[in-house]
Design a protein around this ligand. Structure first.
Ligand SMILES: CC(C)(COP(=O)(O)OP(=O)(O)OC[C@H]1O[C@@H](n2cnc3c(N)ncnc32)[C@H](O)[C@@H]1OP(=O)(O)O)[C@@H](O)C(=O)NCCC(=O)NCCS
Length: 301
């Protein structure tokens, strides 16, 4: 083991976390034999995995084992977390993959272990990994895993199409969509912290087309469409005020003048310089993309 590959360890109340060791191989095998049918719903797993993991330990791939302080049954391995795709330079980031093992699964011990893993990941080298950002990718149907991440402070950042080629879940092996979650150093690990998506607001004329391109723009931006074709202008500003991600606001330009729009944005607490005002939206996909990019650029400043 090189200097950079120093063993890592972090102690908690009910668990302790340490870099993988040869002594973990046998208990890991027993842990997997107990838990494999449950885990294989979501992840490939085999009793001899840890032998392969031991040989893969490097500056870009670290395996951390969560141990129970008070073991139950014939092994003490609560779970295993791989920190991989470690990228240095301006990124200082890594991705985690993990499983918890019976009889400890569902007891909160793994969550405690994952918090210790984050502490190690964000501690400066040589006592920790000195990382700035940790990402985890979860199939949307894996609510237990996603709930665990949200409960220890991860934010949901985005939906990723066809991210990993996996089997399990009673389906044939296929490219599976994932939701991407992340936490960065210095962010308080507050449980169920709001996702804090940046707010994006576009105000556009209704134009002649029905349904108009405003729907396509709302889809591109991932925000609701508030249209004066459906609800009153007064209600639009009220709804916009309570919509954290923002909205595409579609208004009839003959009925609502520029001053009324500025007043409405003010009532909705949207600084006018953070909203994109367009007359008529383009109807072609390339035009929609351009408007969406401009709206994001303005919204994010
Ligand atoms: C995901 C997994 C690692 C979680 O381990 P666990 O032992 O169940 O987790 P813990 O008991 O330590 O923590 C559970 C926390 O997750 C959250 N959680 C659990 N079930 C949940 C559900 N159905 N909905 C939302 N959140 C849920 C809760 O916050 C819970 O804490 P609480 O019980 O204090 O409320 C485990 O279920 C597992 O091994 N799954 C199979 C493999 C897998 O999915 N790996 C990850 C692939 S991305």
């Amino acid at each position: 083991m090189t200097d950079e590959m120093r063993p890592l360890r972090q102690d908690g109340d009910r668990v302790w976390v340490a870099s993988v060791h040869e002594a973990d191989v046998a208990p890991y095998g027993r842990a997997v034999e107990l838990s494999a049918p449950r885990i294989r719903e979501w992840n490939r797993v085999h009793p001899s995995d840890l032998i392969g993991q031991l040989s893969r330990q490097s500056e870009v791939h670290r395996t951390l084992v969560v141990h129970a302080r008070r073991p139950v049954g014939d092994h003490a391995i609560v779970g295993v977390v791989n920190v991989f795709n470690i990228v240095r330079g301006a990124f200082q980031s890594g991705t985690i993959g993990y499983n918890s093992f019976d009889p400890y699964t569902g007891t909160g011990l793994f969550a405690e272990g994952l918090r210790l893993v984050l502490a190690l990941a964000f501690t400066a080298e040589p006592d920790g990994l000195g990382l700035h950002r940790i990402e985890a990718n979860v199939q949307p149907a894996n609510v237990r895993s996603a709930g665990l991440l949200r409960s220890i402070g991860f934010r949901r950042e985005r939906h990723v199409r066809h991210m990993l080629f996996l089997e399990g879940g009673g389906r044939q092996a296929s490219w599976r969509d994932h939701d991407s979650y992340a936490i960065t150093a210095g962010e308080p690990p507050t449980p169920h912290r709001p996702n804090e998506h940046p707010r994006v607001v576009v105000v556009a004329g209704t134009g002649a087309r029905r349904p108009g391109p405003a729907g396509a723009l709302a889809d591109e931006l991932g925000v609701p469409l508030l249209s004066s074709r459906i609800i009153s202008v007064d209600l639009i500003w009220q709804v916009l005020a309570t919509s954290p991600p923002g909205a595409v606001v579609e208004l009839d330009p003959d009925a609502v003048g520029r001053d009324a729009v500025l007043d409405g944005l003010h009532r909705a607490d949207v600084p006018v310089e953070r909203a994109l005002l367009v007359g008529e939206l383009p109807s072609d996909p390339s035009g929609i993309t351009r408007v969406a990019l401009q709206a994001r650029a303005i919204g994010l400043g």
